[in-house]
Design a binder for this molecule. Structure first.
Ligand code: M6R
Length: 605
């Protein structure tokens, strides 16, 4: 999604800005741009192609400057055309980049038109540029503070003005923005990752903050306009760019990294001890009587899977809700409920807003399960558990999902132990299963050639159904999401028992029905559901545990999984579905790592 980079220095800063954009590219964008200040004012280059094209323009146009801002745009208001690409100018005096959505832009645009401002773009961003310009009286910091007070919605912005050649002003509300501190130079970015190589010292701005970067320092005002001191954090973890290695796509690489990612995630778990979730977790866990899980997309499906573990192992009532729904509905808060937010990025706007909404309703206990330790979600929750998936580049989440499942299983087992429902022997057994999981995953990954053979068939389909039961129903949902995200095949998932209540009407020879078939208590029921599909000429593609006795037959294609893996089985069963989606997308020739219309980190509503 949109990305911001800004810098004030004594050297030509263009390469730092371009490199920053390159580091944010994986998040998805459809245009990009850069602006620097020179003696005449801001000059810019913009492209509706990749950052590499922008770099070429910058080189050909000899764009140079010591103060600049840059942006990758993921279109919300207005098509991805050059006029809508950022930086957006106001009267050739001011340049601005913006992440987020301004909800009251129409009213502001009318007001600004009344003052004689001409609108060139279809963006909501242009109102911010003209608004700040209209309020500018020789102090950009003051003008930005006055302008943001009139904005409704979410924003992170970076602004420069021709009359202040060594100043970049930033502001944030609902979208992340960090300041990077250098020696005689300072930086701004929507993600610290963009500034790797330039600094390791960061200030993570808080909601409502406005900052002013100059050569020798940074000043920050809080929402009330008071000078604010913010903690400077050393973040060394942002190494170089992630290499693809022998893989064709990052998604494939990330699927195959899952054994390693899970090993890293469980490295901190010698016992199911509350302290894994942070200081004070033992007290919090003793206080709570239920869980409320909030998340989006794949992270939501990990929450749905966890509900089965939390309720069966720990016997703790668990509600799982899509964050974008929860934040806008009237719910009945329970202060004794632990709010668990799950997010790969920790910056998803809907999940962050749902967390704040829950806190506003009086939920005092919060836990983030997240892959990014410096993210807003981790900073805004009382407790946290970091998954150690490593950076996930592919838009379609894979290793983040399986490590979230590991984290959530650990939570369920920890709560079970605290509630007297897990004895020492069971604890040792679950720990052993967790440690064996990477090896078990490797044997599932070895099924890739068989899955490639199926994917050829799938690549010619336009629809697919996914079936699962019990805790494998969310795995079917995740399999369908993966397939539609990257292959653009329409896919839906159902609990297999629901088939005859409607979706069976869709089953014909042309409809592949992917079935997740673990050897669990629901196997016989699932076998009946399989027969319902066969009887109607449907084509079944079944991932069946070794001991299920489901075998190839007419209309029944089976890939044999390892032996049933008990409660942790969903973590194994999702992997062939990831591979099926991946190879089907490859066979269809889509842009696997950057599927159309999607972004890696959804920082707007
Ligand atoms: O960063 P998050 O985990 O909060 O992201 C949530 C969803 O946007 C994300 O899982 C999305 O559904 C993925 N593209 C799924 O592959």
């Amino acid at each position: 999604m949109c990305g911001i980079v800004g810098a004030v220095a004594q050297r030509n800063i263009v390469s730092v800005l371009i490199e920053g954009l390159r580091r944010l590219e994986y998040r998805g964008y459809d245009s990009c741009g850069v602006a620097v200040l020179d003696a005449r004012g801001p000059t810019r280059a913009r492209s509706v192609e990749r950052v590499a094209d922008l770099e070429g323009q910058v080189r050909d146009g000899n764009l140079e400057g010591v103060t600049g801002i840059a942006h990758t745009r993921w279109a919300t208001h207005g098509a991805p055309v050059t006029d809508n690409a950022h930086p957006i100018f106001s009267r050739d005096a001011l340049a601005l980049v913006h992440n987020g959505i301004i909800e009251n832009y129409e009213g502001l645009r009318e007001m600004l038109r009344g003052k004689g401002y001409e609108f060139i773009s279809q963006t909501d961003t242009e109102v911010i540029a003209h608004l700040i310009h209209s309020l500018y009286r020789g102090d950009l910091f003051a003008a930005v503070r006055a302008a943001v007070a009139q904005l409704h919605g979410a924003y992170a912005i970076a602004v420069l003005h021709k009359d202040q050649p060594h100043t970049v002003v930033g502001a944030r509300q609902g979208s992340p923005l960090v300041v990077g501190l250098g020696e005689g130079e300072n930086f701004l970015a929507s993600d610290a990752l963009a500034l790797a190589g330039s600094t390791e010292r960061f200030i993570f701005l808080e909601e409502g903050d406005v900052c002013e970067l100059s050569l020798d320092g940074v000043r920050i005002a809080d929402r009330q306009g008071e000078a604010a001191q913010r903690e400077v954090r050393q973040v060394a973890a942002y190494g170089g760019a992630v290499e693809l290695g022998p893989y064709r796509h990052f998604m494939q690489k990330e699927i195959f990294e899952q054994p390693r990612a899970i090993t890293d995630t469980i490295a901190q778990t010698d016992a199911f001890d509350a302290s894994i979730f942070g200081e004070g977790a033992g007290q919090v866990f003793a206080d709570i009587d239920s869980l409320l899980i909030l998340a989006c997309g794949t992270s939501y499906y990990s929450g749905l899977t966890a509900k089965y573990w939390l309720e069966s192992l720990a016997r703790i009532p668990t509600q799982v809700e899509i964050a974008s729904e929860y934040r806008y509905r009237e719910s009945v808060p329970n202060p004794k409920s632990l709010v668990v937010v799950i997010s790969q990025s920790g910056e998803t706007a809907d999940t962050l807003a749902a967390l704040k909404h829950a806190q506003g309703l009086g939920h005092k206990h919060t836990l983030a399960i997240c892959n990014v330790g410096t993210s807003a979600m981790v900073r805004q929750t009382e407790l946290s558990f970091l998954t150690h998936a490593g950076r996930e580049i592919g838009v379609a989440s894979t290793k983040a999902f399986t490590t979230q499942l590991v984290a959530l299983f650990t939570l369920a087992a920890t709560l079970a132990k605290l509630r007297g429902r897990l004895n020492d022997e069971q604890e040792a057994d679950y720990l052993k299963q967790l440690r064996h999981l990477p090896a078990a995953l490797n044997s599932v990954l070895a099924l890739e050639p068989q899955i490639i053979a199926w994917s050829e068939e799938f690549s010619r389909k336009e629809h697919a159904l996914f079936l699962g039961r019990g805790m494998h129903y969310p795995i079917a949902l995740e399999g369908a999401l993966k397939l539609k995200e990257i292959s653009y095949i329409h896919a839906e998932a159902y609990p297999a028992g629901e088939l005859k209540h409607g979706p069976l009407a869709l089953v014909t020879e042309a409809m592949p029905v992917v079935t997740v078939a673990p050897n669990d208590a629901l196997l016989e029921k699932l076998k009946s559901n399989i027969q319902e599909v066969r009887a109607r000429g449907g084509q079944l593609y079944v991932f069946a545990d070794a001991d299920t006795k489901i075998v190839n037959g007419e209309g029944l294609h089976v890939i044999r999984m390892p032996e049933h893996y008990g409660l942790l089985s969903p973590i194994l069963h999702v992997v062939p579905l990831q591979l099926l989606a991946y190879h089907t997308a490859c066979a269809r020739g889509t842009d696997v790592d950057k599927p159309r219309n999607l972004a890696k980190s959804v920082t707007v509503e």
